[in-house]
Design a protein around this ligand. Structure first.
Ligand code: AMP
Length: 621
């Protein structure tokens, strides 16, 4: 059986699939659809995101749904409202030629009264988030006593999000005789636990190996120092003029910060995270889906419901805390048979986190050098030439102007003319990247211990100032408390902390040289006290001594823990837009691709991508 028809679906469903352009079933559909059509046995399915699992469980249910009954017959539980909405809208599309099928998504953050009203009109298929589903059950508005199918979608994510209690409550009000289908991309022991508790003698099916990523994704990593993490992202965007990507961050705050920086650097980006209202999230997702936005900076949870099939790249700004989340992230690309690249940006300390992920996905990360300025210029130039080749000339509109233009340019030969026209856009990019430094942390790539005297001089040294502080271990100081003390002085937002050495009665720490004065005046002016001792800070030499380190019990590279970020500070930190070794990024007039060109409509490559509206002037939703 290799067609939807052969799987046993009726002609109305087949018509809907044809309308959607689904020609052949995917592996999970081939396995799940006949199984659910022909048997009431529970099902446990290993399926990655993007493998077509929504249709795999929805189509056989639609085939069997009783449209003459107004009872809820199927409930699909999903971890996020975005995913719930996505699944419900897929089901509506699959059933558009079936008369009388009513589907409803129920999720938090939207009016419960509205949902109750719709429920009361009679709904056969519910797609719900666990929290709202329990609410509706408690209010006696949702009755599941005649349920025939229960689907747990993205079960691993539901457990990660702490929905175990809600699942138990929902399961308790469903009839014993029903078919339960559990879909999960990963099967940690918690998911195995609920499979054991909720499924009776399930048949197991799998699309791809358990916990493995899709084959279409290649995994790359870039080694950078902490301070270059952001610049690496910009280079990835610049070297891939047609990038269409999600940058994953670990926290909402980090997500917003990275998005803000990219927006103010002229990239065509927005943020998606849980601090946004539902309307804001919908609007951002819509812009990303229709490619008005080229890059989305998102948290793991917020990106769950996003159904985009043709991402070119997934970028891990930092690796996720839970390695299973990496498969979810990278699974956003390489979908529906397309190829994709998943990039991890790591410091040397984080490199060790790649091995467990490699074991999980069954693939090796490829060490990849960060693109050089020259490579970026080359790619951008080629893109520009493509634009020239593809541009449509409006013969009628332009004809009036041509004679005077020809007259003005008559002394230039063909080569000169080409060079000059291309340079109009290219020069700014060229200037910008002319002296761009190598961002690859080559010391780190070679695995040299950065804190070791054997290593060559640390490349960050010149950007750091070393401070002496008159407190140490005897005062119960440790690196974390010292970082806290530094942060308490509110020196600047995003200030980078370098090496910390805690000795018995005094210590040393390094801070970004840019804030040398601010650091001194913060510690001097604040009358700082630590464990009853008055704190004194002085600038000291950068020389680290072997004695200091052995006395201090080993160096601590605070910088690798990420820049310290705090609220309430001035925006000074954000203003410090570094390009490579600290050059301020010049305003580029290049109509880049990962970036938007300020002003001048009509000159940016539209390609498939959005408007050339200046992102700085875009109204924030
Ligand atoms: P899912 O894993 O259900 O989120 O599906 C991933 C993407 O693949 C969605 O955009 C679906 O519309 C698409 N898709 C699912 N099944 C098929 C199919 N048989 N042929 C083409 N596209 C499909």
């Amino acid at each position: 059986m290799s067609t939807f028809k052969e799987l046993g679906l009726n002609s109305q469903i087949l018509q809907a699939l044809t309308d959607l352009g689904f020609e052949t079933p995917t592996e999970i559909q081939l396995k799940a659809i006949p199984q659910v059509l022909s048997s009431k046995q529970d099902l446990k399915a290993f399926a990655q995101t993007g493998t077509g699992k929504t249709a795999a469980f929805s189509l056989p249910i639609l085939e069997q749904i009783d449209v003459n009954s107004n009872d809820v017959q199927a409930i699909i539980l999903s971890p996020t409202r975005e995913l719930a909405m996505q699944i419900a809208s897929n089901i509506v599309e699959f059933s558009k030629h079936l008369k009388g099928v009513k589907t409803l998504a129920v999720y938090g953050g939207a009016s419960i009264e509205d949902q109750v009203r719709k429920l009361n009109k009679g709904v056969q298929i519910i797609v719900g988030t666990p929290g709202r589903t329990v609410d509706l059950i408690n209010r006696k508005q949702l009755k599941l006593s005649n349920l025939k199918w229960l689907i747990l979608d993205e079960a691993d994510e539901m457990l990660n999000m702490g929905f175990k209690d809600e699942l138990d409550k929902i399961l308790a009000v469903t009839p014993k005789e029903k078919q339960t289908l559990l879909f999960s991309a990963t099967f940690p022991k918690e998911v195995e636990g609920i499979a054991k508790a909720y499924l009776k003698n399930p048949i197991e099916i799998s699309a791809g190996e358990k916990n493995k990523g899709t084959d279409q994704v290649s995994h790359q990593y870039y080694v950078v120092s902490e301070r270059n993490r952001y610049n690496a992202i910009k280079r990835i965007a610049d070297v891939n003029p047609d990038i269409y990507s999600i940058i994953f961050c670990r926290t909402r705050r980090e997500t917003q910060e990275i998005a803000d920086k990219l927006i103010s650097d002229g990239y065509n980006v927005d943020a998606l995270h849980g601090d946004l209202s539902q309307a804001q999230r919908d609007s951002v997702m819509e812009k990303f889906r229709n490619k008005t936005l080229q890059i989305l900076v998102a948290t793991d949870v917020a990106a769950r419901g996003l159904d985009v099939t043709d991402l070119t790249h997934v970028i891990n700004h930092k690796l996720p805390d839970q390695i299973e989340a990496y498969t979810h992230r990278s699974g956003r690309t390489g979908r529906a048979g397309k190829e994709g690249i998943s990039i991890a940006i790591v410091t040397v300390r984080e490199k060790s986190k790649l091995h467990p992920i490699e074991r999980l996905i069954g693939k090796k990360f490829i060490s990849t050098p960060i693109p050089t300025g020259k490579e970026i210029c080359q790619n951008q130039l080629l893109k520009l030439i493509d634009k020239v080749q593809d541009i449509k000339v409006n013969e009628t509109e332009i004809s009036d102007f041509l004679p005077s233009i020809y007259e003005k340019l008559k002394d230039l030969d063909r080569e000169e003319l080409i060079k000059k026209f291309v340079s109009i856009e290219f020069n700014t990019f060229l200037t910008y990247y002319q002296n761009a430094p190598d961002l690859n942390d080559s010391e780190q790539m070679r695995g040299v211990d950065r804190n070791s005297d054997r290593g060559s001089k640390r490349r960050d040294d010149e950007n750091m100032t070393r401070f002496f502080i008159n407190i140490g271990k005897k005062d119960k100081l440790n690196p974390a408390r010292l970082i806290g003390l530094i942060n308490d002085q509110r020196i600047a937002k995003n200030i980078e902390i370098g090496q910390i050495e805690i000795l018995d009665t005094f210590s040393f720490f390094e801070l970004d040289k840019t804030y040398e004065k601010e650091t001194m005046s913060a510690f001097g002016g604040n009358d700082v006290d630590f464990e009853g001792r008055s704190v004194n800070v002085e600038i000291t030499t950068k020389q680290r001594t072997g004695q200091a380190r052995s006395g201090g019990g080993g160096g601590f590279r605070g910088g690798d823990r990420g820049p310290r970020k705090r609220t309430g500070d001035s925006d000074r930190g954000n203003d410090r837009k570094r390009f490579g070794d600290g050059d301020r990024k010049p305003k580029t007039d290049f109509g880049g691709f990962g970036r938007k060109r300020p002003g001048a409509p009509g000159t940016i490559a539209k390609s498939t991508f959005g408007s050339d509206q200046n992102p700085k002037r875009r109204k924030r939703i």
